[in-house]
Every structure is written in C-alpha cells, then in structure tokens.
Design a protein around this ligand. Structure first.
Ligand code: IPE
Ligand code: IPE
Ligand code: MG
Length: 241
C-alpha cells in the first residue's frame, strides 16, 4: 500500500493531552508541555521525510489564557525557547516557518523570536511549518473582517465584491492551501477554535494517543486512514453517478 499511498499536502494537528500525559506519570503538567515540544520537533522532520508540504500545529489558543498563571508562563517560556532553537534547525532543513495568531498579546521575547524565525526562513523552499500561537479561528475571522471593512469604509471596496477568496487572503493563513488532514490527539473530538474557516472540507482523524507519545508510526496510521477516505467536496466521485 505504501507505494500508491497519497500523502496529504497539508496536515494540521491539534496537539492535545500534554497535561493528562504528565499527570498519568505522576509529573506536573508543565513537564508534559516540555515533552510535547520535543514531539513537535520530531514530527516536523518525520512529516518532511514523508513528503508532507505543509504542517500546521496548534500550540496555544486564544482560550488558553484561561489556564493558571504558572502554566501560561511555562507555556510561553517553552514556546520562546522552541522558536529560538528552531532557527538553526529550520535553516539546515530548508523549512520555512510562519506563526499565525494575534501577536499583540504575546510578550516582547516571543515577538522577537517570531520575527527572527520568520525573517531568516522566509526564502526556504522546503516544508512550510506553521505554528498557531494565541490563535483562535473566530478571532482570525474578526480581524480579517475588520481589514476588509476598512476598505469598504474608504470606498475602495463594494460589499458585493467580497468573495471567499478575499476572505481567505485576509486570514493569517493567506497563501496556505486548506488542510487535507486534521489530526487531534488524546481522545477529544472537537476543533476547539482551530482553523474554523479553513477546515471546511478537511478530513478529521482522532487518536487516543496523548501528544507527547505521538510519533512517526502514529502519523503514518493517520495517513493510512486518510487514504481510506473518499473526498467528495459536495459532488460525486467516479462510479457513484
Ligand atoms: C495541549 O495539551 C497543549 C496546549 C493546549 C497548550 P493540554 O495542555 O491541553 O493537555 P490536556 O488536554 O490538559 O491533557
Ligand atoms: C486546544 O486544546 C488548543 C491547543 C491544542 C493549543 P485545549 O486543550 O485547549 O482544548 P479544549 O479546552 O479541551 O477544548
Ligand atoms: Mg487539552
């Protein structure tokens, strides 16, 4: 099967279960986040080797600020460290990095790390790796609508001219194809405000494996499941007419 296996171009992942994974081991939740960051690093290179062109991971949602201060602080520190250490590795592996989400609420250290990473890797031509930080699908749509509304207000845009393509190009993900496959780990079957516009026709795959245990074999299982799906996009496929 592996020969004719279709590799999804864009895989999006809701990395969930770091806290439960740690708790199950009698460790603090933040230990789970640390191991979760390591799992992200590993899966990025597995995805690249498998031929995935775009990998998008949900690292911190607009709702995750509701967690205890200590956990939010730890997550921000882990993210800052991750972004910094990614620069060299991304250059070595020709990976282009991009961060989506609302930037003003992120601290100066993270903002600087994001700027450095995006700038350094912008001309890389390999896998595009997108990290969602302070990201909410609804927030992203609100920000896009505001940008479009400005053009209407100044008289540069007729409301009738607003199209799906225009909305897409005003989202943080502008230029990225919609995900083909969305994976969520650790049993939860919901999108928790991830890519609400972009997932319209994405195939969903859920696994009980907690994020820190997710590895190449699990990714291959998800790809195998994807290969068994029939994508119709509202139409019919050959043989169904
Ligand atoms: C995913 O793991 C990481 C983030 C959401 C930041 P969780 O922290 O949600 O872990 P659980 O779901 O509580 O186990
Ligand atoms: C979704 O996970 C957000 C991220 C993975 C960053 P959560 O753990 O925050 O989602 P809920 O609260 O279980 O829906
Ligand atoms: Mg969770």
């Amino acid at each position: 099967m592996s020969d004719e296996r279709k590799i999804p171009a864009h895989v999006a992942i809701i990395l969930d279960g770091n806290g439960r994974w740690a708790k199950q081991k009698g460790m603090p939740r933040n230990y789970g986040h640390l191991q979760g960051a390591k799992a992200v690093e590993a899966i990025l290179y597995d995805a690249d080797e498998l031929g995935i062109k775009y990998l998008t991971v949900y690292a911190f949602s607009t709702e995750n600020w509701n967690r205890p201060d200590g956990e939010v602080t730890a997550l921000m520190e882990i993210l800052a460290k991750y972004l910094k250490s990614s620069l060299k590795k991304s250059m070595k592996n020709n990976v282009r990095c991009r961060i989506i989400g609302e930037r003003t609420r992120l601290n100066a250290t993270i903002n600087k790390a994001i700027d450095d990473l995006e700038e350094a890797t912008k001309d890389n031509t390999g896998l595009t790796f997108t990290i969602a930080i302070n990201y909410g699908g609804r927030d992203e749509i609100v920000r896009a609508v505001r940008k479009i509304a400005e053009d209407v207000k100044t008289g540069n845009l007729e409301p009738e001219a607003i199209s799906e393509a225009m909305i897409s190009s005003n989202l943080d993900t502008a230029g990225l194809p919609d995900p083909d496959l969305m994976i969520r780990t650790c049993g939860e079957q919901r999108i928790s405000n991830f890519l609400v516009w972009q997932l319209a026709y994405t195939e969903f795959y859920y696994t009980d494996i907690a994020w820190p245990d997710f590895n190449r074999a699990e990714l291959e299982k998800a790809i195998d499941a994807y290969n068994k799906r029939t994508r119709r996009f509202g139409g019919l496929v050959k043989g169904e007419e």
